[in-house]
Design a protein around this ligand. Structure first.
Ligand code: SF4
Ligand code: SF4
Length: 346
């Protein structure tokens, strides 16, 4: 389904989605983040990209799996907290972040399905916004097989055509959102189709960061596994984990039990994001740590993106959003690293 929405009708469309929890990019405290719209607020779709990707809608930073309660001498009682499929609509998802969603689906909805992820994923509708210009100086979606107007992982793709949006519904859930406010939308004419084609073609011509031949990268990483380059490139790393927490495809987590009462015994089992950039991520109970330094941990992050995930799923686990570069407090740059390991840079 392809439609045209005049910009003056965007607010009305959002207003008609009142049954949903509508989240849009909002600027505040010097950063863009997804937030619920207040009454009468219209989404601003002129954002560069949010600091946090939308992965938290499917895979929150912290979630309770179940609570438990055990009276002395009795069997424990568990109360599972699998969420009801929410009805959240997220506006303004950039195409790179959309492509991150199928990456995470491969992990959480593969042979072993994660019911918590599945419930949230099935109830979240992602409305993408094509990037007419790269929203960051560190974008490299083209180098990793994406595009500024990719519709992978999205339910709707919108493209800004100056005074109107081209709106393409890609799934039944996306089409339902358009149908719900049908009178606001028009049919695309020849001029709209031509403008859309030209806008998309132009968006692919804007300069982006580049990577070497990606087919060769897994082999290069394997060959350089024991290279001293890793320690050298990680010298400035402070192990903060920002590069992974802000990555749309990083998905590592820890599970802990939190005791909240002792008589009777009460508590909850909680999942929280974790990161391969923390020393205790791989710490064994013996005290041995197979990744004892920042160099081995940086290698793990890069190899997971461009070697291990590729071997397991046939695709790279990086969508080129550039957040790990932009937000790293010490300037560690995954594009520069891959180029260096591939022998394309000093
Ligand atoms: S964001 Fe930078 S400093 Fe922090 S763990 Fe990642 S590479 Fe290291
Ligand atoms: S590795 Fe960096 S550039 Fe690639 S998807 Fe993750 S945050 Fe974005």
């Amino acid at each position: 389904m392809e439609k045209i929405l005049h910009k003056k009708n965007l607010g009305e469309w959002v207003a008609q989605l009142g049954a949903y929890d509508v989240q849009t990019p909002v600027f505040g405290d010097d950063a863009w983040s997804y937030q619920a719209l207040g009454d009468g607020q219209t989404p601003r779709l002129d954002h560069p990209n949010t600091v946090e990707p939308p992965k938290g809608f499917h895979f929150p930073q912290r979630e309770v799996f179940y609570t438990y309660r055990q009276v002395s001498g009795e069997a424990p009682v568990l109360d599972s907290t699998v969420p009801d499929p929410a009805t959240t609509v997220v506006f303004g998802v950039r195409p790179c972040d959309g492509r991150g969603v199928p990456c995470n689906d491969r992990v959480f909805s593969g042979e072993m399905e994660d019911p918590y992820y599945r419930a949230r994923r099935s109830g979240t509708i992602l409305i993408g916004l094509a990037c007419n210009k790269p929203p960051s100086a560190n974008c490299f979606c083209l180098a990793v097989g994406g595009s500024p107007h990719s519709d992978d992982g999205l339910d709707i793709l919108m493209t800004d055509l100056e005074n109107r949006y081209a709106v393409k519904a890609l799934t039944d859930q996306g089409a339902a959102l358009v149908t719900l406010a049908e009178p606001l939308f028009g049919e695309p004419g020849d001029r709209d189709r031509k403008d859309l084609e030209e806008t998309h073609a132009l968006s692919r011509q804007h300069p982006q960061r580049t990577l070497p031949d990606m087919e060769a990268v897994p082999g290069r990483l394997e060959a350089e596994f024991d290279s001293p380059l890793w320690s050298e490139m990680a010298r400035a790393c402070i192990g903060c984990g920002i590069c992974t927490f802000l990555c749309p495809t990083c998905h590592c987590f820890d599970i802990t039990d939190e005791v909240t009462g002792s008589t009777p015994l009460e508590g909850r089992r909680v999942r929280t994001w974790d990161t391969c950039q923390f020393p205790d991520f791989t710490m064994h109970s013996s005290g041995h740590n197979p990744r004892p330094d920042c160099g081995s941990r940086l290698r793990q992050r890069v190899c997971h993106k461009f070697l291990y995930f590729f071997e397991n799923h046939g695709t790279h686990q990086c969508v080129g959003c550039g957040r790990c570069i932009t937000e790293c407090p010490v300037g560690i740059d995954i594009v520069a690293i891959v180029n260096r390991v591939a022998g394309h840079a000093k």
